[in-house]
Design a protein around this ligand. Structure first.
Ligand code: E4P
Length: 299
């Protein structure tokens, strides 16, 4: 069965997988395209790299028009306001600007501001000590959060412990593709976190991120990730192949070094988990560089 124009919106929507589908992108035009293609988009995730690639931001940068930090924020706000009404109840994740020195206070201030942009915002904080402090205070204030750049089971455990009592579901985003990039089996992290959270109270949902292939997507469904965030190219491939779902005989083609399961007690204080990870640090540095490149080239 293939997804053709003849496959109407209702038929396509009926093929919804068990995981909510979020588009990983920064262009509202792509959101409309994917909504037409699939018949639905449950939510969207953005980040500084994706916003730098937004056609209007790229045009401003290319034309050499100076863009201050305030103007960049205004562009980001315009983009998420266009995306917001196009998606379902998984909301739009908006990422705070954070370098390695940004304090929890500074992140929280940005988070509050970004939360006022749209009614369905999820504020993205990095999985660092300052990011988790900001997240802890955010959920106490009723903000919805998505903890990004998660590369280990310990980091996911810390997210769980830091956000206990949250009224809205908390998202944690383990990055599959970037673990594959360093020779590990990124899918194992999804499996391990899901297994660990099975002993918890269900307040943190796994948002499988850094999905680079159809196999990543199918295996995320298979492992029961509550949400997946997927780039346009992979969603197009999924649609072109008839929006397949893994059946009972599904198995993921082995890739990379296995990531070992850890026995972790979710009741420990979040500060007691080792949340350091080189890919979290590198990820922050890359987001900072992409964000600053738009300012530097525009001024
Ligand atoms: C989503 O929240 C992430 O920012 C995104 O999935 C990262 O994907 P990448 O590793 O392909 O950049």
């Amino acid at each position: 069965m293939s997804s053709t124009p003849a496959m109407n919106r209702q038929a396509k929507a009926a093929r919804r997988p068990p995981s909510k589908i979020l588009l990983d992108g920064g262009d509202p035009g792509e959101t409309k395209h994917i909504r037409d293609l699939l018949g639905f988009v449950d939510g969207q995730t953005t980040n500084p790299t994706l916003i730098a690639k937004n056609p209007e931001v790229a045009r401003l940068v290319k034309s050499g028009q100076p863009m201050s930090e305030n103007q960049e924020a205004a562009e980001y706000r315009t983009i998420v306001r266009q995306i917001s009404p196009l998606v379902g109840d998984a909301g739009v994740s908006i990422e705070v600007f954070a370098d390695l020195d940004t304090t929890a206070d500074a992140m929280l201030e940005q988070g509050r501001e970004m939360n006022s942009w749209i009614p369905n915002a999820y504020i993205k904080y990095p999985c660092t000590a300052q990011g988790l402090k900001a997240a802890q205070r955010s959920v106490a204030e009723g903000l919805r959060v998505n903890i990004t750049l998660c590369f280990s089971q310990s980091q996911a455990a810390a997210v769980y412990a830091a956000t206990k009592g949250a009224k809205a579901p908390v998202y944690v985003s383990p990055f599959i593709g970037r673990l594959d990039d360093i020779g590990q089996n990124g899918m194992d992290l999804i499996a391990n976190i899901k297994r660990m959270f099975a002993a918890g109270d269900g307040h943190v949902l796994v948002l499988a991120a850094s999905i680079r292939s159809l196999q990543h997507l199918l295996c995320s469904f298979h492992y029961g990730a509550e949400l997946v965030t997927v780039p346009t190219k992979v969603l197009e491939e999924w649609a072109q192949t008839g929006m397949p779902l893994p059946d009972a005989s599904y198995s993921y083609p082995p890739t990379g070094k296995a990531i070992a399961w850890e026995e972790l007690d979710l009741n420990r204080p979040w500060e007691s988990f080792d949340i350091r990870h080189e890919l979290t640090t590198k990820g922050i540095q890359k987001f900072v560089a992409d964000y600053r490149s738009t300012l530097r080239q525009a001024s």
